[in-house]
Design a protein around this ligand. Structure first.
Ligand SMILES: Cc1cc2nc3c(=O)[nH]c(=O)nc-3n(C[C@H](O)[C@H](O)[C@H](O)COP(=O)(O)OP(=O)(O)OC[C@H]3O[C@@H](n4cnc5c(N)ncnc54)[C@H](O)[C@@H]3O)c2cc1C
Length: 490
């Protein structure tokens, strides 16, 4: 059974940090718009609701991962529970709950030019029914990866393994790992979080990596924030000052990583050497093949990962998997690792536009053949934005900037009396060189590089670039000329 379509001015997909932020900005900047958030899960939080593995925490600071409009008052690195509590406060303080429909998984989105609107169908879990919505504008805040399952490569012999294989994204609540031998495959932020959280309970935990990752370590505290709090400065000021300080320092680090990669490499490795000592083989296990910042640098608060290694509860093996055996993993070097539990911290499955089947005037959308407008709109797709945040800086910085952009665009459409806005290449852009969504030389984690063929492309000039650079966006996005001929209004 389907309902009579319900109409909204704006429809937001997803109640993660981006969707809740978008809703807040709409209420502030476009208070007259009727909007709804459709969320597949039974609650808000997105990433911070989906991931329930031991120790789950942010790897960037919450002064910048938090919204610009709501002060963060805790330690910079926060647990998933603290982040969802913060998001819950945003929802309560701004009465956003009445706009959210949980348990609504959208499966199709059809744009009709004659009707100037989107029609979406969703499965309503509570009533096990199909519901239909129409909307003038679609604000895609569905993130970038499939929430229902993570990415696990296939290795020979996996079926023979007699222990338990777990992906962090679908962590079984009743998984018992006390006194067990655990091998974690992967060395990204997830592995770096899981290992210290589990190390004291396991018999032993091993981080098995093919190649090393950069980490940055330090106290989980912000000296400027602590000092300002001692002076009883209002939290709003502290939030703004600390954000600026962190962004300034990150800007410097990013610049240094590009200009003096060897120096930055030595500094990052030096901090680890200080904990593990000169005898530890830092070069094999913690000296990556890539340049600092070509992949996200996970923050390891209080060096807990390295303290676990120093205490002998955790170890690192840098090798390649040959096959799984009944009792563990055989490595290409010839050694074996015994395991009761194998955790595949091997990343995400990128999903394109929330696994929603899009059509534009009856034609199936081939997202990969579009060119992006500022990393948020796409040629030939009317009235739609996608919030894709930063990897090098906190995701939410861009969610806030894009929300301003969307609200400005909506006002601009009103002022022009138009109901449809579509990015289109100008004559002079037709022959421009097209590049991948994210340049692999700039940023190259596995989950992105294996999915680039599914994602839109970018051009070689404004506004067709997706810079992944907060420091460029913060100046360019608020100034973007909405009448430069790249946006077609009807
Ligand atoms: C473990 C982990 C740690 C991370 N730590 C950081 C960090 O410290 N700093 C940082 O900047 N970034 C971090 N990231 C990146 C992180 O994903 C983003 O920062 C951010 O949380 C993404 O928010 P979002 O709201 O855009 O998307 P998501 O959090 O992915 O939320 C999207 C929501 O949309 C819903 N949805 C998707 N498709 C549909 C559909 N078809 N119908 C209805 N609903 C749908 C999903 O159920 C989900 O609730 C981390 C990612 C992971 C996985």
């Amino acid at each position: 059974m389907t309902n009579e379509p319900e109409h909204f001015d704006v429809l937001i997909v997803g109640a993660g940090i981006s969707g809740i932020g978008g809703a807040y900005h709409l209420t502030q900047q476009c208070p007259d718009r009727r909007f709804v958030i459709l969320e597949a899960q039974e609650g808000f939080g997105g990433t911070w609701r989906t991931h329930r593995y031991p120790g789950i925490r942010s790897d960037s600071d919450l002064y910048t991962f938090g919204y610009r409009f709501k002060p963060w008052t805790g330690a910079p690195i926060a647990t998933a529970e603290e982040i969802t509590r913060y998001m819950g406060e945003v929802i309560d303080e701004n009465d956003l709950d009445r706009h959210i429909r949980y348990g609504h998984t959208i499966s199709t989105a059809e744009w009709s030019t004659p009707d100037r609107r989107w029609t979406l169908t969703a499965h309503d879990a509570a009533n096990d029914s199909t519901v239909v919505f129409t909307a003038d504008f679609l604000w895609m805040c569905q993130g970038y990866y499939r929430h229902s399952e993570g990415y696990t490569p296939t290795w020979p012999g996996m079926d023979n393994f007699e222990g338990t294989i777990v992906h962090p994204q679908t962590w079984p609540e009743d998984l018992e790992y006390e006194d067990k031998n655990v091998v974690v495959i992967g060395s990204g932020a997830t592995a770096a979080t899981l290992i210290p959280a589990m190390a004291s309970d396991c018999a032993h935990i091993t981080m098995l990596q093919r190649s090393p990752t950069f980490f940055i370590t330090g106290r989980n505290a912000n000296e400027v924030a602590d000092m300002l709090r001692e002076l009883e400065i209002p939290e709003e000021w502290i939030h703004e000052i600390v954000r600026r300080k962190i962004l300034h320092d990150q800007g410097e680090l990013t610049k240094a990583a590009l200009e003096f990669p060897d120096l930055v490499r030595e500094e990052l490795l030096g901090a680890i050497r200080e904990i593990l000592g000169d005898d530890y083989d830092i070069d094999t296990h913690f000296n990556p093949r890539y340049r600092p910042w070509q992949q996200r640098i996970a923050f390891v608060p209080d060096g807990d990962l390295f303290e676990g290694i120093k205490a002998g509860k955790a170890s690192v093996v840098t090798d390649e998997i040959d096959r799984f055996t009944e009792s563990g993993i055989a490595l290409k070097s010839g050694t074996t690792l015994d395991a009761d539990i194998i955790v595949t911290a091997t990343g995400f499955s990128i999903n394109v536009l929330g696994d929603i089947a899009f059509t534009i005037d009856g034609e199936p959308l081939d997202f990969a053949s579009t060119v992006t407008y500022r990393g948020t709109m796409f040629t030939g797709i009317p009235n739609m934005v996608w919030v894709f945040g930063y990897f090098r800086a906190s995701w939410t910085l861009r969610a806030d900037l894009l929300a301003d952009f969307v609200c400005r665009l909506l006002h601009h459409m009103d002022a022009r009396g138009s109901t449809m806005v579509t990015p289109r290449l100008r004559d002079e852009d037709q022959d421009m060189e097209l590049r991948p969504w994210v340049e692999p030389d700039n940023f190259n984690p596995g989950y992105l590089t294996r999915s680039l063929h599914l994602l839109p492309r970018q051009g070689d000039r404004e506004p067709w670039q997706h810079t992944q650079d907060y420091w460029t966006d913060k100046d360019q996005l608020p100034q973007a000329d909405l009448d430069d001929g790249t946006l077609e209004y009807r």
